[in-house]
Design a protein. Structure first.
Length: 159
């Protein structure tokens, strides 16, 4: 997997923790599954302040991750806990209040909805996906869609 950062004088010995308010899973370490996504992230998000970016390759032990991409039961569980969190949090919102992505993930974390021992989530990020929840603001107030369900299509020649 690949970790993208702005270019520094010194090579990183360990990944940098992401603390952006718009990080889809909150603060943590993020890795791309494919090099082309790591390059795209570097070109679109990691050019400041040096004008260049670096990609670090890492071998990740995925034994204790929630694999919401390649493992169907994990994917179904992921969608279930996101839907549950949104439903529960929406019930508690004051009139005209808006739910944020960080509130959804805080709910999942504090309610311990991820399997015990889970060290991360492998997730398919499809920002162009039409199957999404409404626009949600990050804690910064910036609105953006939070796509947590894959857009799945079956092609068959059978009736």
């Amino acid at each position: 997997m690949f970790h993208t950062q702005e270019r520094r004088e010194d090579t990183l010995a360990v990944p940098m923790k992401c603390e952006r308010v718009d990080a889809w899973l909150g603060n943590g370490y993020y890795f791309w599954y494919e090099i082309r996504d790591a390059r795209h992230w570097g070109q679109t998000n990691k050019l400041k302040p040096t004008g260049r970016y670096q990609i670090y390759e890492a071998e990740i032990d995925c034994a204790n991750i929630l694999d919401a991409v390649f493992h169907e039961p994990h994917y179904r569980y992921w969608v279930e806990i996101i839907d549950f969190a949104i439903e529960e949090l929406t019930k508690r919102l004051p009139l005209n209040a808006v739910l944020t992505i960080s509130e959804v993930h805080d709910f999942i974390r504090t309610r311990k909805l991820l399997p015990e021992g889970c060290t991360g989530i492998l997730f398919e990020d499809l920002p162009e996906n039409d199957a999404r929840i409404p626009l949600l603001p990050y804690s910064s107030g910036r609105k953006r869609t939070f796509v947590y369900r894959r857009r799945i299509q079956l092609g068959t020649r059978n009736k």
